[in-house]
Design a protein around this ligand. Structure first.
Ligand SMILES: C[S@@+](CC[C@H](N)C(=O)[O-])C[C@H]1O[C@@H](n2cnc3c(N)ncnc32)[C@H](O)[C@@H]1O
Length: 511
């Protein structure tokens, strides 16, 4: 991303188009803001670079109202008519700044003349945006500093602008590599605390770094991969489409979009660019946007053999419906029927929407209900039960830029208790000989292996025998290029290895 470098070289806009305050007058006309002179004064005051302004407003909403960046930014961009390259710039600026906030705060703490806890939060957000332009995006230094100082002046005031100018100039005096060494050394002065070093350098809370190390080792990989894993969390995920079997073929979808095969799951295609919402097959529900890891675990769940009939499938926690739509398409091909259950009514509606293109005969019911009760209400009623459990989402940190700073170890206790109850219910809802797929988008051992272990033991205590099925041949069947990890029967995907979210899959069969 080098929007401002391009301008500097005489592209659309450029320094010649900036006025004395660094504002881009020509750019404003290009993007139609000149037509907004009837806007309220508060809106007119926000006349700077709309992309940077939208990124700033997103950071403020995330900090001030606990908002989710990926729900705030896209409507802001639409409302302000920020499109194309400028929208991509705003997105990378907002999401990248949020992901790398820990790294930039460590840099800013060294570059600022006062401790960061004495810097007003709006000013700190402006500084973080400036740091990301200087160290994380290829924005030319003069543009990064002058535009960010302009943003500070417009949104916070002249005093703040001076402070921002001074701090960003100090940030710009060193390269990213130099800063990483400095902040790493400050966090780990004796060189004996790799977790503290990685936490600032790769911008994750220390407890997450420790948990990721344990998850890597616990799933049969090397702790040496930790740095690569954390770095992968800091990169924007590719946009992956699912071609729902029987509704649209991967080839047809590739033709519509120019997308190319993602590499693991046969249904998965990576978009080269553009808005997936513009793709006809996506609009019609024949295809969808779905991480390749989510596709892979769903395909494997559907592929594992069950003993006897294979007619009735349950998706216990279905909202918003990505896996349900893939399962529904597969069920239609195999003459099975899907029940999709979700506890939150508004998410149930999203499931129904996701399933709109699946043949009616394959969808028995889309309903709102507490999955914890299903085992008691419908004992042994299903041949397959998918439990895609509510979890911390620590495997999808790339996708949810602010979530690593929001999650706490206390969430684990609450969520893993819920996961245990839901898994007990899933086991009770499947008939003897049927299978349960336990899935999380977290690799945390407390949400994956420990939940499964406890659920199998609890089922045995209750007189229900459950065996762990080796998932590796099933995953190898649906994704021939996937490589199993020696000694493991569950499957843990990783962003730094597979380019997917860190999805976990355990397959269980009720004896
Ligand atoms: C990880 S998401 C499922 C994602 C979904 N399978 C997909 O692919 O789109 C977990 C879902 O579980 C739902 N949930 C949480 N507690 C539940 C409960 N007690 N019963 C049923 N669903 C629940 C959440 O509202 C959330 O929609």
């Amino acid at each position: 991303m080098n929007r401002d470098e391009t301008r500097g070289r005489g592209g659309r806009g450029g320094e010649a188009r900036r006025d004395a305050r660094g504002r881009q007058r020509g750019e404003a006309r290009v993007e139609g803001r000149a037509a907004r002179t009837t806007a309220a004064p508060a809106q007119r005051a926000r006349a700077g670079d709309p992309a940077r302004g939208a990124a700033y407003d997103t950071l403020r909403a995330v900090a001030g109202s606990d908002a989710y960046a990926n729900l705030v930014l896209p409507p802001l961009l639409r409302e302000r008519r920020v499109v194309g390259r400028d929208a991509a710039f705003a997105t990378e600026l907002a999401y990248g700044t949020l992901r790398l906030q820990g790294r930039y705060d460590a840099v800013l703490a060294q570059a600022a003349s006062r401790p960061l806890d004495q810097v007003d939060p709006p000013v700190l957000d402006v500084l973080r945006l400036g740091a990301h332009q200087l160290l994380g995006m290829r924005v030319a230094t003069h543009a990064a500093v002058s535009e960010t100082v302009g943003l500070a002046r417009e949104r916070v005031g002249a005093g703040a602008a001076q402070f921002v100018n001074a701090v960003l100039r100090r940030v710009s005096e060193r390269s990213l590599e130099e800063w990483l060494t400095r902040i790493g050394d400050a966090a780990d002065p004796q060189g004996d605390d790799p977790v503290a070093r990685l936490a600032v350098v790769e911008s994750h809370p220390a407890w997450v770094v420790r948990a990721m190390r344990e998850s890597l080792v616990g799933s049969g990989r090397s702790a040496d991969e930790l740095g690569s894993l954390l770095a992968a969390d800091n990169a924007a995920p590719r946009v992956t489409l699912v071609a729902r079997p029987g509704l649209v073929s991967p080839e047809e979808l590739a033709e519509q979009t120019g997308a190319r095969p993602a590499g693991l799951a046969s249904t998965a295609l990576v978009m080269a660019g553009g808005d997936p919402g513009d793709v006809p097959a996506v609009r019609d529900g024949l295809a969808g946007v779905q991480d390749e890891g989510s596709q892979l675990v769903t395909l494997a769940f559907a592929a594992v053999p069950v003993e006897g009939k294979d007619e009735r499938w349950l998706d216990l926690c279905a909202g918003p419906g990505g896996k349900a739509a893939l399962l529904g398409a597969l069920a239609a091909q195999r003459g099975a029927r899907l029940v999709a259950n979700e506890v939150q009514p508004h998410r149930t509606r999203l499931v129904a929407q996701a399933l709109r293109a699946v043949p009616r005969a394959a969808v028995e019911e889309v309903r709102t209900g507490d999955g914890r009760l299903v085992g008691d209400q419908e004992p042994g009623a299903y041949d397959r039960v998918l439990l895609d459990a509510p979890c911390t989402g620590l495997g999808a940190l790339r996708r949810r830029p602010e979530s690593r700073w929001r999650r706490t170890p206390a969430d684990l206790a609450t969520l893993s208790a819920l996961q245990r109850e839901l898994l007990a219910s899933a086991i009770a809802a499947v008939r003897p000989g049927g299978v349960v797929g336990y899935v999380t988008c977290s690799p945390h051992l407390a949400e994956t292996q420990l939940v499964v272990l406890d659920a199998v033991r609890a089922a045995a205590r209750a007189g229900t025998s459950v065996e762990v099925v080796d998932a590796t041949p099933v995953v190898a069947q649906v994704a021939p290029s996937w490589e199993p990890v020696a000694g493991r029967t569950d499957v843990q995907l990783w962003p730094h290895v597979h380019g997917t979210d860190a999805m976990h899959l355990t397959l269980l069969r009720r004896a």
